[in-house]
Design a protein around this ligand. Structure first.
Ligand code: AMP
Ligand code: ZN
Length: 493
């Protein structure tokens, strides 16, 4: 870490407080985020964790170096919902083929959607079905260590066995006692369970459902063991950050934590557990089961929401205009506000003297964020602080401000050089359609600067007025590097 880098602080669900982030190994900072169950299009709520943890991934890469961060996000491709959907959508195929077809196309769609939202591909995206052997191994260890038992063809995790002396540790993430959990949860009270909170590690397959050979007969793994087995394989027994949406904190993460600590004899699975708040729609969680959702694909490519398509960068920014732990309301106003803000920032970059042409690429791509923006981001991704800095630079007067704005937006993954190059070209085209002759404007500005230099105020004013009559507004400023007088221009909106 360089001396100018701020200390990253993150809110840990486990301790319910912000903690200094100190990686176990600064040469390999490791993060695991629970990924999608691939049976249907991702809705924009599902995109929230992908975007939030992508920003964290980018921050970690910035601080520790690209080569020193490993980000794993799994693909859940074994699940009852998958089986049901595959049978419904591909009735003519054998179920196993149908499942392959469904999970393959849904995974590809998810990856394309997240890319369109500006998310980098994680370092590794393991599929659950490629890791059945690792799950079976872990379950065997749990049985051997008496943390799991077989009953009625199932293997169950014994929650009461996760303890320290008299103290039951199961519930330490949720901070609830077993008694409270049982009272609050809609648990399946199967007669073969020793405790109602005991959960499935392995279960028998339905006759036509997908199944794998195991010491307990043909069956399939429970959902939670997936993440324990895959995170161990790619990140080790203990790693730095484990993330996901707040709905996963219980029971999914509680169960992952219990399994991993018991199988590996470790005190912790991840140092820091992080959870993003819900994306809501009219006060309710956006979810498939509520039917109140918009898919990322629909928002990007159809006019279903607000009668128009929405660019990925606008959707991304809308998601980042709220701190990640707070709930966020998905609304037209929010998207419109994000779009207006993004337009203002882009215009400011050009107006303050950036020119996104190939010759400048190498120079601009080296531009980094400003230290205050970085400090806000490092402070548990405090987006209000980040936005304040971005607005400050957009309202600045110097080319330096434009550079910082571009560097900061680049770190957030909201714009990059290519996006700005395309946008700048579109602006020029738009000027042409409005009948603005850019060459004439620039020549007039040069003549006016000459007139000013010769103290020919009348001529300078005449040129200003002539351009104003065409809706073009001039703003004079001093080049911060050379001190020379310069002029930028804008079309009056
Ligand atoms: P799922 O495919 O349902 O397992 O969800 C994938 C990810 O999206 C998980 O991290 C969930 O916590 C998250 N998620 C689902 N719905 C929402 C929502 N409305 N707002 C924010 N995150 C969500
Ligand atoms: Zn998980």
């Amino acid at each position: 870490m360089s001396s100018t880098t701020p200390q990253i602080r993150l809110f840990n669900t486990l301790s319910k407080s912000k903690e200094d982030f100190v990686p176990l190994d600064a040469n390999n900072v490791r993060m695991y985020v629970c990924g999608p169950t691939v049976y249907d299009y991702a809705h924009i709520g599902n995109a929230r964790p992908a975007i939030v943890f992508d920003v964290l991934f980018r921050l970690l890469r910035h601080v520790y170096g690209k080569e020193h961060v490993t980000y794993v996000r799994n693909i859940t491709d074994v699940d009852d919902k998958i089986n049901a959907r595959a049978a419904r959508d591909f009735p003519q195929m054998p179920l196993n083929k149908a499942i392959q077809q469904l999970t393959g196309t849904t995974q590809a769609q998810y990856q394309a959607d997240m890319k369109a939202l500006g998310c980098l591909a994680p370092s590794i995206e393991p599929r659950a079905t490629d890791h059945i052997a690792e799950m079976v191994d872990m379950i065997e260890v749990l049985i051997e260590k008496k943390h799991a038992y077989t009953a009625d063809g199932h293997v169950l995790f014994d929650v009461k066995s996760f303890r320290d002396g008299d103290e039951v540790l199961y519930g330490k993430l949720a901070r609830r006692t077993l008694k409270d959990m049982i009272a609050g949860a809609r648990v399946e009270v199967a007669p073969y369970k020793r405790d109602p909170m005991d959960f499935v590690l392995w279960k028998p397959s339905a006759n036509d459902g997908p199944g794998w050979q195991s010491p307990w007969g043909t069956g399939r793994p429970g959902w939670h063991i997936e993440c324990s087995a895959m995170s161990k394989k790619y990140l080790g027994e203990t790693f730095d950050i484990h993330g996901g949406g707040i709905d996963l904190s219980f029971p999914h993460h509680e169960n992952e934590l219990a399994q991993s600590c018991c199988a590996n004899d470790t005190e912790q699975m991840a140092q820091i557990w992080m959870h993003n708040g819900f994306l809501q729609i009219e006060g309710n969680k956006m979810s498939k089961s509520e039917g109140n959702f918009f898919t990322v694909d629909e928002l990007l490519h159809t006019k279903k929401f607000g009668g128009r398509k929405w660019p990925g960068a606008v959707l991304r920014l809308a998601m980042l205009m709220k701190n990640y732990r707070e709930p966020i309301d998905f609304s037209l106003t929010r998207l419109e506000e994000a779009e207006k803000t993004l337009q203002r920032w882009k215009r400011a970059m050009l107006a303050l003297g950036l020119d996104f042409t190939e010759a400048n690429r190498a120079e601009y791509e080296k531009l980094g964020p400003c230290s205050k923006m970085l400090a806000a981001l490092a402070s548990d991704m405090n987006m209000s602080g980040v936005l304040a800095e971005l607005h400050r630079h957009a309202g600045g007067k110097k080319r330096h401000n434009a550079g910082r704005l571009f560097g900061s937006l680049g770190l957030l993954g909201v714009v990059d050089f290519d996006a700005m190059m395309v946008w700048q070209e579109q602006q020029t085209d738009a000027l042409e359609t409005k009948g603005v002759d850019v060459a004439h404007v620039e020549a007039s500005i040069a003549l006016r600067l000459m007139a000013l230099h010769e103290k020919n105020w009348a001529e300078a004013d005449r040129i200003r007025d002539e351009l104003a009559s065409k809706g073009i507004q001039l703003m004079d400023y001093k080049d911060p590097e050379t001190g020379e007088k310069r002029t930028r221009w804008e079309i009056r909106q």
